[in-house]
Design a protein around this ligand. Sequence first.
Ligand code: TYM
Length: 319
Amino acid sequence: MKRVLSGIQPSGNLHLGNYFGALRQWLQLQNDHECFFFLADLHSLTTVRNGDELRSLTLEAAITYLACGLDPAKSVLFRQSDVSYHTDLAWILSTIIPKGLMERAHSYKDKVAKGISATVGLFTYPVLMAADILLYRTDLVPVGKDQKQHVEIARDIAEKFHHLYDEAFVLPEPYIPEDVAVIPGTDGQKMSKSYHNTIPIFTDETQLMKTVMGIVTDSTGVDEKKVPEGNIVYELYKLVAPAQSDEMAAKFREGGYGYGDAKKDLLSGLKHFLEPIWEERRKIEARKGYVEEVLDDGAHKAQAEAEMVMAKVRGLVGI
Ligand code: TYM
């Protein structure tokens, strides 16, 4: 049994990139590993500038975790900001990290290029993420490919700490199944809120239809034979309706099956896939106070776990 930890920033509504790139693996891992999944609200402070908005996005993300099937009886679900050891450890780690290591992180440059303010917090974001991971003696970090470098940085930081002081941490490894490493958005780039190309997990049917009909396709005619692989409609269909995807692939290869037809099939596959999650959400919302209860309970469990590593670290560094 391994220790598993991961988180998602609640800085917008979660989408299929988050689902297939992260949540789906979490759902599998929670059945036979010791799992900690959190809402990275401290990380979201680098982009969300309104307290009420962040609070409601964090709650929304917690509902999404539960509606997708994360089970508080199997996994510890908590809010990052409820366990102040995350920021304590981040500071201690920041005192041993060479600035050059942060300068090599590509996500900072990508984010600044997308217009996010170049704050100190955004720059040192991987330090907080390393603290998140190392505090829980994590073996495996299930994430999408875009986060791989951050997990490697956490590992480097742990090794540096061990070299300077003594053993305190477990060296983490990323867990990234190849088929879901990068989920494409409606324009074929990586699905991401900042590219405005997402398919949100929670949306209404009209919006879902508009989004699906807006997926970018090439200009191959209806009658022509098409290569399914690499086609966004097919790639998404494979994820939401794996049992039917061979059928779609065959229709594409035969010809006489246009992108409009494929989009209709994708839309019905998506509805079929999302409806149980929407239904679960309705049940969760009917249980007043339930989400807060789950998060409070998770905070206590996470706090108790993090405390042990933190006590060791404090002892080693002399505070
Ligand atoms: P975030 O919030 O950007 O994304 C959450 C998770 O979703 C994955 N993901 C994708 N995977 C495949 N294809 C996509 N198009 C796609 N879009 C998003 C991300 O890889 C991620 O796994 N820094 C992290 C949050 C974090 C964290 C941590 C994660 C903070 N501390 C500690 C793990 C461990 C982030 O911004 O993810």
